[in-house]
Design a protein around this ligand. Structure first.
Ligand code: ADP
Length: 486
């Protein structure tokens, strides 16, 4: 075909301007050689001069043409995409139906595109398109829409949070904006049509354009348009809340730390007073001193728990792993709690086999585990009662190791602390391991001891649980990997 005959293809220009559809014709390089007036109107241009001479790909967000271009390899093969997006004069997405066909004859190839603006919102549905746009533009949350996991629309707040402009986001997989671990979880949630059947939320780290990580609440809501499954994504910035949490944690850590020095001095003075003056003191005064000593060591444990909890929250927490003999740690713990044990005349029975393997652990942290469990057991065991501490090796593959978070093919050591206290109601057996959880909210203590026990044990790839019969007592068990146990 010659240039003159090519002219003949486009000579019905006036007729084409009367069509409701937008039409463009592009040459074999993909450059627009003709566009009708309707296309200009759909895209918000006054006339077609801004369209002619440009590659037709530019009428679309990046990667959008790939969806239908691949599908028109053969001459006259018309590809219809009912839910495509084009870009208007301001670069904003315009929902349209697009048809694209490729023609070749006489050694020339050209493309014809037809565009129909997507039906405006049904009359009586309440919101105008403009209102919908305003809603998106002014929303507090970042909002984007996904089709096949790819971003097809993003509001201003989403641009602000991610640091990318909307036209850079179009066609990008949402998961590319997330950090490694979150990627897998979110990809699994949105993979495949019909996968996401109900809204779901989770905390994620958004990788922003500047390379920062922003903690956000990500809400995924399944939606549908025409026959296409879409996902509406809402992104709520949590970093400010995180900063507030962090300064609270830092404050608690700083105060707890400052309390330790005067408390150590008080402890030292009171024990010196108790030791040097005791022969001359009346029984009643000696008792006062003993109470002071007990309360000082209780305060010390409380501060240790506060410090430990805030350290773990701050993420600056490292275990100092070495070979640890649990029997020796138990002895250190019993010695530290001897004032209470003796005052209540409690017997601590140790049932440790001679050949108990050592564990790989952080001795000071494991001492805290014993301190917290024994402290509770002493608190709840009636005077004159018995606390039993029992340990045994656990073979790799034992049923107790089937729980999540444990290493199934590893040898473990199991320790159980049993008291003869009032017991714990069944509905609290799991809850008491949460921060600030107590059976009696008015009772003594701050509810951090068991939360720390669980965090420390889990950091060692172990697990802790409680069993109880009301009126008979409670037993707390934990398992820790044996050293060289794999
Ligand atoms: P705290 O002792 O500071 O309150 P913990 O986290 O150590 O915090 O314990 C949480 C709660 O679990 C306690 O307040 C108590 O209600 C319950 N609890 C813990 N150990 C025992 C036990 N051995 N017997 C009965 N109740 C217990």
């Amino acid at each position: 075909m010659t240039a003159a005959s090519f002219e003949s293809i486009i000579q019905g220009r006036e007729f084409l301007d009367l069509l409701q559809e937008g039409v463009w014709v592009a040459d074999e390089r993909g450059v627009c050689v003709y566009a009708n007036q309707s296309l200009a109107a759909i895209l918000g241009y006054e006339n077609t001069t801004a369209l002619v001479g440009r590659p037709w790909h530019e009428f679309f967000p990046p990667r959008e043409p790939d969806r239908f271009l691949k599908a028109v390899p053969d001459s006259r093969d018309l590809r219809l995409v009912p839910d495509a997006l084009m870009l208007d004069k301001q670069g904003r997405p315009v929902p349209v139906s697009v048809g694209l066909s490729r023609h070749s004859s006489g050694g020339l190839t050209w493309y014809v595109g037809t565009v129909l603006a997507a039906a405006a919102s049904a009359e009586g549905s309440g919101l105008s398109e403009e209102t919908g746009r305003q809603l998106l533009a002014n929303a507090e949350d970042g909002i984007c829409i996904l089709r096949d996991g790819l971003v097809i629309n993003a509001n201003a707040r989403f641009e602000e949070l991610s640091g990318y402009q909307a036209n850079q986001l179009y066609g990008t997989p949402l998961v590319r904006l997330l950090s490694g671990r979150d990627r897998e979880v979110v990809a699994a949630a949105i993979a495949g049509p019909g996968r996401l059947s109900a809204p779901q939320s989770q905390r994620v780290a958004l990788s922003t354009r500047s390379g920062d990580e922003l903690t956000c609440e990500l809400r995924l809501v399944p939606s549908r348009e025409n026959s296409h499954a879409l996902v509406l994504v809402f992104l709520h910035d949590l970093s400010q809340m995180r900063r507030a949490e962090q300064s609270r944690t830092d404050f608690v850590a700083a105060v707890s730390h400052e309390l330790r020095t005067p408390l150590a001095a008080i402890k030292e003075s009171v024990s010196l007073a108790a030791e040097s003056a005791s022969p001359h003191l009346a029984e009643r005064e000696r008792r006062y001193l003993q109470i002071a000593q007990e309360e000082i060591s209780r305060l010390n444990r409380m501060i240790a728990n506060l410090l430990e909890a805030s350290r773990m929250e701050s993420g600056k927490f490292r275990l100092d792993l070495q070979e640890v003999d649990l029997a020796a740690i138990l002895e250190r713990s019993v010695a530290g709690l001897s004032l209470f044990i003796n005052r209540k005349k409690i017997a601590v029975e140790r049932l440790f086999p001679d050949a108990l393997p050592p564990v790989l652990g952080d001795a000071d942290r494991l001492l805290q585990v014993f301190n917290n469990l024994l402290d509770n057991a002493i608190k709840y065991t009636p005077a004159g009662g018995t606390i039993r501490v029992h340990a045994q090796p656990v073979e790799p593959g034992a049923p107790v190791l089937a729980e999540p978070g444990l290493l199934p093919n590893t040898a473990y050591v199991e320790v159980t602390v049993t008291d003869s206290g009032p017991g714990i109601p069944a509905e609290f057996l799991n809850r008491i391991f949460g921060k600030f959880e107590r059976v009696d909210p008015q009772g003594p203590g701050i509810g951090l001891g068991l939360a720390n026990v669980r965090a420390i044990v889990e950091l060692h790839y172990g697990r802790v649980w409680a069993r109880s019969a009301l009126g008979e007592g409670t037993s707390f068990s934990f398992v820790l990997p044996a050293k060289g146990g794999r």
